[in-house]
Design a protein around this ligand. Structure first.
Ligand code: RFL
Ligand code: PHB
Length: 390
């Protein structure tokens, strides 16, 4: 089999890149390790930047998003018993974010890909990348016990943090930058009305808490826990008691406890791989970088990588120019490092670090008080949260 772009991974970055390429008439094949039902069931991010929404529009998959997504003009920072609103719209000259689950984005992209008749090979095992340093790269994989080979012009490694693409690069050609945080997020999804109309990020002496949502009838909540914490030790009652304890009274009063439909612990990590291009292999999304979820940037960064990579491929096939391809890594990394900084900063300001002194906790509260009292500092938070320009 032969294609123009071989895409590894059917997460949001692979599916979005594939959809944009297909609409541009650029042939592509997606190879995914898991089955479609597994990919559809993964519950992850929930907040989309305006730029991400714009790309989903460009990909022709934003109808349901516009019907069901919730446009948010602001969010709150809760600390010291207070609840301070960051007015995103007012502070950024009219920009907003949209609450729409990654699960829904994935489902919309998978449906559009099926409707377009583009080729996706699910349950493709033992993927190996070959000859991406030269002009004729190939990808081999096993499907139903048979080994296959896909020849291509380019390989897009969209296979997430644990994927094979980044690991195929010789160690001497790649630099890795990493910070692992000594805690995780215990997340619960429940079919109960959200505690508040907008998201609430809470700093509490016992740890961070977040009130989010998926719809007017579905809530998504998180509490900071030690990373080795067992989900089995957290009954729904224990979870909701802990959540409410970490919120200001007025927000806690709005929490409706209910049976969880999903409960899991996610570790927090900051990670960047440089560069993001190795000959004819390009990394995009979590394959190249991870942010802690505190800034809601993971999925949005995957989309901005795809913005740059799609433009580069379109330029190559339309204008026979390699300029976009040559500039991809540097362009993407400039935006990535700023999102890494913001996510690290939000995480540092809002979480309880086990090794921290009471001095560090007072500094956190002073920082939050400063942000709340300063238009300049609030504006910096707002313009990062809605997403920096591409
Ligand atoms: P994904 O979504 O990880 O998709 C990668 C795809 O590649 C497949 N794959 C392979 N396919 C073939 N061969 C291999 N060897 C393969 N190895 C892997 C995988 O099965 C998968 O289908 O990466 P992508 O597309 O770059 O998208 C990135 C986003 O998914 C990610 O940034 C966010 O979900 C991060 N994230 C969160 N971000 C937020 O903004 N807010 C959140 O609340 C939030 N929660 C999360 C998260 C990520 C999590 N991970 C990665 C474990 C919660 C979790 C649990
Ligand atoms: C979510 O709704 O899952 C969510 C929202 C905001 C974040 C992280 C996760 O910063």
């Amino acid at each position: 089999m032969r294609t123009q772009v071989a895409i590894i991974g059917a997460g949001p970055s692979g599916l979005l890149l594939g959809q944009l390429l297909t609409r541009q008439g650029i042939d592509n094949v997606i190879l995914e390790r898991k089955d479609p039902a597994y990919v559809r069931a993964r519950i992850r991010a929930g907040v989309l930047e305006q730029g991400t929404v714009g790309m989903l529009e460009e990909a022709g998959v934003a109808d349901r998003l516009h019907r069901e997504g919730l446009v948010h003009d602001g969010f709150s920072l809760a600390f010291d018993g207070r609840n301070h609103r960051i007015d995103l719209r007012a502070l950024t000259g009219g920009k907003t974010v949209t609450v729409y689950g990654q699960t829904e984005v994935t489902a919309d992209l998978m449906d559009a890909r099926a409707a377009a008749g583009a080729v996706s090979i699910y349950e493709a095992g033992d993927i190996e990348l070959h000859d991406f340093g030269g002009d004729a790269p190939r990808v081999s994989y096993t499907k139903d016990g048979v080994r296959h080979e896909l020849a291509c012009d380019f390989i897009a490694g969209c296979d997430g943090y644990h994927g094979v693409a980044r690991k195929s690069v010789p160690e001497a050609s790649i630099s890795l930058f990493e910070r692992v945080y000594p805690f995780g997020w215990l997340g619960v999804l429940a079919d109960v009305p959200p505690a508040a109309h907008e998201l609430v990020y809470a700093n509490h002496a016992d740890g961070f808490a977040l009130c989010s949502m998926r719809s007017p009838t579905r809530s998504r909540y998180y509490v900071q826990v030690p990373v080795e914490e067992k989900v089995e030790d957290w009954s729904d009652d224990r979870f909701f008691d802990e959540l409410r304890r970490r919120l200001p009274q007025e927000v806690a009063d709005g929490v409706t406890p209910g049976p969880s439909i999903e409960k899991s612990v996610a570790p927090l990590r900051s990670f960047v791989a440089e560069p993001m291009r190795f000959g004819r292999l390009f990394l995009a999304g979590d394959a190249a970088h991870i942010v802690p979820p505190t800034g809601a940037k993971g999925l949005n960064l995957a989309a901005s990588d795809v913005r740059y990579l799609f433009d580069a491929f379109a330029e190559y096939y339309r204008e026979h120019s390699s300029a976009g391809i040559d500039g991809y890594s540097a362009r993407a990394l400039r935006r990535i490092w700023k999102a890494e900084r913001f996510s690290w900063w939000m995480t540092t300001m809002l979480h309880r670090f086990p090794a921290d002194s009471t001095f560090a906790q007072r500094i956190q509260l002073a920082e939050l008080d400063y942000v709340a009292g300063s238009v300049a500092a609030s504006t910096a938070v707002a313009e990062n949260y809605v997403g920096l320009p591409y």
